[in-house]
Design a protein around this ligand. Structure first.
Ligand code: IPD
Ligand code: CA
Ligand code: CA
Length: 267
C-alpha cells in the first residue's frame, strides 16, 4: 500500500470528520471533564467514533491509538505494525468556547516511522498535510518554515497543562522566553501551533504534550524544514518521535538559540 493512498484516505477522513464537528457545534453539545479537569465534549467522542470506524472499515488490520476511544500508549511499542495516532479534536477548550482554533489530527505510522500526517481545521478550512520525504502542504500548496534567525524578532507559541502541579518551571520558561524573544502566543491547539510554525506564522514552539497532540504535526513541521527535538534528555530506549515531554520545534537556526533559553530556565 502506498502512503499516497493513505494520505488521500486521511485527507478525506479529516474533511468528513471536520464537517461533523462543525455540525455538532450547532446542536446540543454536552461537556464533561476527564479526571475532573480535562474537558471533553460529545463532539470529541462522536469524531473519535467516526474516525475509528472508518479506519477499521478500510484497514481492519491497522491499530488505532486515539485520545478518546483507545488511548493505549502500549500500541507505540508495536509501531512496526501499521498504526494510526488520532486526536479527534485538538483544541477542545477552544471548540467548546466558540473559538476557531481547533483541528482533527491524524498520523499514520508505518514501519515504526510517522509516514503521513494530516491536520485539518474545519473552521478555517485549512488542511495541512505531509508524507515522509515529500514536503509539507497547506491546502495542496507547499509550505516552509519562517526564515527568522533573531530571537528578538521571534514569536514563540506554547501551551500549559490541564493539571496545575509544578507551575514554577513553566513560569520560569515563559519568563525567559519573554525576556529573549519578541512575544509569546497560547493559541490552544498544539497541532495547529506546530502547523502554523510549519507555514511560517510562528517561529518557535515548545510544550509537554500527549502523543496524539503532535504526531501528525511533527511530520508536517519536519517536512517544512523545521528541527524537532526536546529541551530535556529523552530517556534511553524511548523513540524521540513519540516522546511527548519538553518538545521544542523551530527552524534550524533558531532551534539551538531557543534550546539555550529554555535550558537556562531549568537552572
Ligand atoms: C490540548 C491542546 C492544547 C495543549 C494541551 C492539549 P486537547 O489538546 O493541544 O493546546 O496545550 O496540552 O491537551 O485536549 O484540546 O485535545
Ligand atoms: Ca490534543
Ligand atoms: Ca483532543
Amino acid at each position: 500500500m502506498t502512503t499516497t493512498n493513505i494520505l488521500d484516505f486521511a485527507t478525506q477522513l479529516a474533511r468528513e470528520t471536520g464537517q461533523q464537528i462543525l455540525a455538532d457545534r450547532q446542536t446540543n453539545l454536552t461537556t464533561s471533564f476527564k479526571d475532573g479537569e480535562e474537558m471533553v465534549t460529545s463532539a470529541d467522542i462522536n469524531a473519535d467514533r467516526l474516525i475509528t470506524s472508518c479506519i477499521k472499515e478500510s484497514y481492519p488490520e491497522h491499530n488505532v491509538l486515539s485520545e478518546e476511544g483507545a488511548p493505549d500508549l502500549n500500541l507505540l511499542q508495536r509501531s512496526n505494525e501499521p498504526l494510526w495516532i488520532v486526536d479527534p479534536i485538538d483544541g477542545t477548550v477552544n471548540f467548546a468556547h466558540g473559538h476557531s482554533q481547533s483541528a482533527v489530527s491524524l498520523a499514520y505510522v508505518d514501519n515504526s516511522q510517522i509516514s503521513c500526517g494530516v491536520v485539518y481545521n474545519p473552521f478555517t478550512d485549512e488542511l495541512f498535510s505531509a508524507e515522509k520525504g515529500n514536503g509539507a502542504f497547506l491546502n495542496g500548496e507547499p509550505i516552509e518554515v519562517a526564515r527568522e534567525t533573531e530571537l528578538s524578532k521571534a514569536i514563540i507559541a506554547t501551551g500549559f497543562p490541564y493539571d496545575k502541579f509544578e507551575m514554577e518551571p513553566l513560569i520560569r520558561r515563559v519568563g525567559n522566553i519573554l525576556q529573549n524573544c519578541a512575544d509569546i502566543r497560547r493559541l490552544g491547539s498544539a497541532a495547529l501551533d506546530i502547523c502554523w510554525l510549519a507555514m511560517g506564522r510562528l517561529d518557535g514552539y515548545y510544550e509537554s504534550l500527549s502523543v496524539w497532540d503532535f504526531a501528525a504535526a511533527q511530520l508536517i513541521a519536519k517536512e517544512a524544514g523545521a528541527q524537532y527535538g526536546h529541551f530535556s534528555p529523552v530517556p534511553e530506549g524511548v523513540d524521540p518521535q513519540f516522546y511527548a515531554r519538553d518538545i521544542l520545534i523551530a527552524n534550524p537556526v533558531l532551534y539551538p538559540k531557543l534550546l539555550k533559553v529554555l535550558q537556562e530556565a531549568e537552572k
